[in-house]
Design a protein around this ligand. Structure first.
Ligand code: ASN
Length: 661
């Protein structure tokens, strides 16, 4: 390990976790505030020159992009025949006229519509921290009252997110409130290895009405999806951000329509938006984001009531039923003086139906304190802990669709916490950094007494400590910091996270460790750089590969700039640079500012070794992308035998490789 003034970080970190002095508890830490630096310079200069005004050239501020998927719901409804129903093609037009949701002057000055080739792209006024959130609305047809939604609609939303994942920093789903808790729960399971925020919202009163909750809800959801890397499916309503699989609709007539009885909100939007980072779920993965749209429809919910007959239960549990959520009394209880009922449950579980025990109570968990609860375990039910019935049902649907798993494995998954939907470790509360002696000694010497000041000290001290450990490759120090409750995703004063630092230094083991402990590849520092940009800049090939495997990608603007960078690398025969940019996902065919590609630059300047090198990378990229296709080919040749067999994309690649050769 490298020597430095922090060479004993491990012991320092351990010292931090000494027993506490009497000071207030901390639950919250500051958010990192990522932003996107967008360069529309080329387009802007042409835009400005066409206008030929005396106005100064407009430089776009830092920008983030959000995709809004409008599925329907009250937020976009109008009254027809005295009842509310969704109105098609009206939402974006109406948003354009609302200055809090769209800044037309900025859109015109920065050529927004031309750049995104979309009339449905809008821009929020400048945020407090000088950032702009640009959002594109994708409106579904037909728009639905959420009472009409089915798992097919969840699949459609999931696929659209997957398709657009790389192009946006976050996603907002506009949805009716009636079944929003079901959709939020289902999406939380379907979205595997999620690294970006997906925020569902809607309203109780249409956005077109004078007094409504839609504008505030949409604005809050956009601000959160555009500014914070919260890798969760969330639900934003009435100034609160909740974990999607923890909510339930509790009020049909109030703006405060949702409750998350067993988990505090992930964020509150008051004077400031405060993220409760200690509660935010982390996927701890080095795998790429994917959406699993396979869902099992043979699932159902049944609610116990005094006097329920065995015949009702038997009828409900008949094939093709494969999974059932049984809503029981209190802490998971059912009559233990009803052998007829218990026998029906036992018969069903013996024949392979998974029955999950969830409480009818709004708050609390299933446990085995009572004889009336124990009988359900004996009947083969799986304890659902503190899951909402909505979460349990959609989890069943997701788990039962996993064909590769046997019944026991499926049951095990049902009792495990997959996406923060249940609390399985109530006793295992971690020692929190706010309890640490180190922080508290400092607090005392500064005469700090209130929670907010203590929190400020913690937020100021722990990210640089973690970054220092990352800099010298000290995994043990990071582990010690993490064990005491440090959030390793938080950035320092420049928004640089430990992952940025480890990527710069090329510490592969630290990068691996951080990714397995919740670090996000989408964090951006104040310069708009991600860990991937840093690893490319300092040419750490293995780190680039790992970040890419985890789903990291260049932003649209970085990809735009890549052409010019590649040409300059080609001109200086920098093969290592070309390779690393290619590994990071840059398109080797992207032309530079003057329309020339890297290969053309190399050809024109007679750099044969660069041409050969580029051709070699291009054909190996071709094989990686189209390998499967080729393996079906009769011909031994690596490429398909005829162009007609190839997809349009494949044909383009082939043409490019041949031209280069
Ligand atoms: N407030 C709402 O959005 C209720 C509406 N019926 C829906 O769920 O689509």
């Amino acid at each position: 390990m490298a020597e430095s003034s922090f060479n004993n970080l491990t012991s320092l970190a351990r010292a931090l976790s000494q027993p506490k002095l009497e000071l207030p508890e901390l639950n919250e830490v500051s958010p990192t505030r990522p932003g996107v630096q967008v360069h529309r310079r080329r387009l802007l200069s042409s835009c400005n020159s066409v206008e030929s005004t005396n106005e100064p050239l407009v430089s776009p501020s830092e920008e983030a992009r959000v995709l809004v998927i409008n599925t329907g719901g009250t937020i976009g409804m109008t009254i027809h025949d005295n009842v509310l129903a969704p109105k098609a093609n009206a939402f974006v037009k109406s948003l354009r006229k609302l200055p809090i949701l769209h800044d037309e002057a900025y859109a015109q000055q920065t050529c927004l519509y031309d750049y995104y080739s979309s009339e449905s792209t809008l821009v929020l006024p400048m945020c407090k921290d000088c950032k702009r959130i640009i959002y594109t609305v994708l409106e579904y047809s037909p728009l639905l009252d959420s009472s009409n939604m089915t798992p097919d609609d969840w699949g459609r939303i999931g696929k659209d997110i997957e398709k657009n994942y790389q192009n946006y920093d976050g996603f907002v789903i506009l949805h009716g409130t009636d079944t929003m808790a079901y959709t939020a729960s289902a999406l939380s399971f379907m979205c595997e290895h999620l690294g970006k925020p997906i925020v569902l919202t809607g309203s109780q009163v249409p956005i077109y009405e004078m007094r409504n909750d839609g504008r505030g809800n949409l604005l809050g959801a956009l601000l959160i999806a555009g500014q914070f890397v919260i890798p969760e499916v969330c639900l934003y309503f009435y100034n609160k951000l909740y974990r999607g699989n923890r909510v339930t609709k509790v009020d049909a007539g109030s703006f405060n329509a949702f409750s998350s009885p067993n988990l505090q909100p992930l964020a509150t939007a008051e004077v400031d938006i405060t993220i409760n980072w200690d509660t935010v779920w982390r996927s701890n993965t080095t795998a790429k984001f994917q959406v699993s749209t396979e869902l099992n429809r043979n699932v159902g919910l049944i609610r116990l009531f005094p006097g329920i007959t065995a015949a009702t239960v038997r009828a409900f549990l008949q094939p093709p039923m494969e999974g059932v959520v049984l809503e029981t009394y209190g802490s998971g209880n059912a009559p233990d003086n009803r052998p007829d009922l218990l026998e029906e449950l036992k018969k069903a579980t013996d024949s392979g139906v998974i029955i999950v025990n969830c409480t009818q109570c709004l708050r609390g968990t299933v446990c085995t304190s009572y004889a009336t609860g124990k009988v359900l375990i004996e009947a083969g039910l799986v304890a659902g802990g503190d899951m909402t019935p909505e979460a349990a049902l959609s989890k069943l649907s997701y788990v039962l669709a996993k064909k590769e798993l046997d019944l026991e494995a499926k049951k095990k998954l049902m009792s495990q916490n997959l996406r923060g939907e249940m609390n399985v470790d109530l006793a295992g509360a971690k020692l929190c950094l706010s309890n640490s002696r180190f922080i508290q000694v400092i607090a005392k010497s500064l005469s700090v007494s209130c929670k907010e000041e203590l929190q400020a000290i913690r937020d100021a001290l722990t990210p640089p400590l973690a970054c220092a450990a990352a800099k010298i490759g000290d995994v043990e120090a990071l582990e010690a910091l993490r064990e005491m409750g440090t959030n390793l995703c938080l950035g320092d004063y420049d928004g640089r996270t430990p992952l940025h630092v480890a990527a710069c230094e090329g510490h592969l083991k630290v990068v691996q460790y951080l990714l397995r402990h919740g670090a996000t590849v989408y964090a951006k520092d104040r310069f708009g750089d991600t860990p991937l940009c840093n690893a490319v800049r300092f040419r750490h090939k293995e780190v680039v590969k790992l970040l890419r495997q985890t789903g990291a990608h260049f932003s649209r603007d970085k990809l735009e700039e890549a052409g010019t960078e590649l040409c300059s690398l080609a001109a200086s025969s920098d093969l290592e640079g070309l390779e690393i940019w290619s590994l990071a996902g840059a398109d080797l065919y992207k032309p530079g500012y003057d329309g020339q590609t890297a290969i053309q630059v190399a050809q024109d300047s007679g750099k044969k070794e660069v041409v050969a090198f580029l051709v070699q990378i291009m054909s190996s990229n071709y094989k990686t992308v189209f390998g499967e296709f080729n393996s079906c080919d009769d011909d031994d040749d690596d490429e398909p035998t005829t162009d007609s067999l190839a997809s349009p994309l494949q044909q383009t690649w082939k043409r490019r490789v041949r031209t280069a050769e």
